[in-house]
Design a binder for this molecule. Sequence first.
Ligand code: SF4
Ligand code: SF4
Length: 198
Amino acid sequence: MVRYQKIVSEIDLEVQRLRKERGGSPCPLNCFDCCRSTATMAISEAEARDLKEGLRKLSKEVRSHIAKKANRSIQKLEQLGYSTENIIRDAGIEAIDALKGKSEAQCPMLIGGVCSVYEHRPIICRVWGYPIDNGSELACCKKTFIGRRRLFKPIEYARYWREARDLSESLGAKQKTPNCHLVVRLLAEIDRQEFIGK
Ligand code: SF4
Ligand code: SF4
């Protein structure tokens, strides 16, 4: 995972650069709107391996709370006809639209308005809020850098994403996994490993 840590370090440096150029964090205090609709976001295997380390650090109670949230999202998605396969076809966009406004749309790792795996969050969570080059256009959260997006050199999100994808393929992963499904899988793996290690 040295390669993944290198990607993350580069991204963090880019974020620091933009913060310095802008004069601080672009997000309003206590805003976590972007985490309210990420239950189906597509996560690569390289990101998943890092996320797993973040989940492992949490207490059993917190992990159990996260698992319940993720399972609630999965259940609701299944009622609406969404499985891992058909969620991932468009990176979870249609499925998250179906959950719009519902608590099940929230990222399972958001607890009390705080990211419980902050140091291990996926790439998009690290860059959202800053101008990014997504490979086809300049993208940014609609609440930040308003009217000033083109004044800053964007973060090369598309390049970082490609690097994470290539790394994931080298780890044997054929496709990304929706957040809620991935979290349930990772938590089960952690439980199994802890049980064996006893
Ligand atoms: S991983 Fe953290 S930052 Fe990313 S969507 Fe979930 S709660 Fe938000
Ligand atoms: S990126 Fe946008 S939605 Fe997310 S915390 Fe910042 S301002 Fe809020």
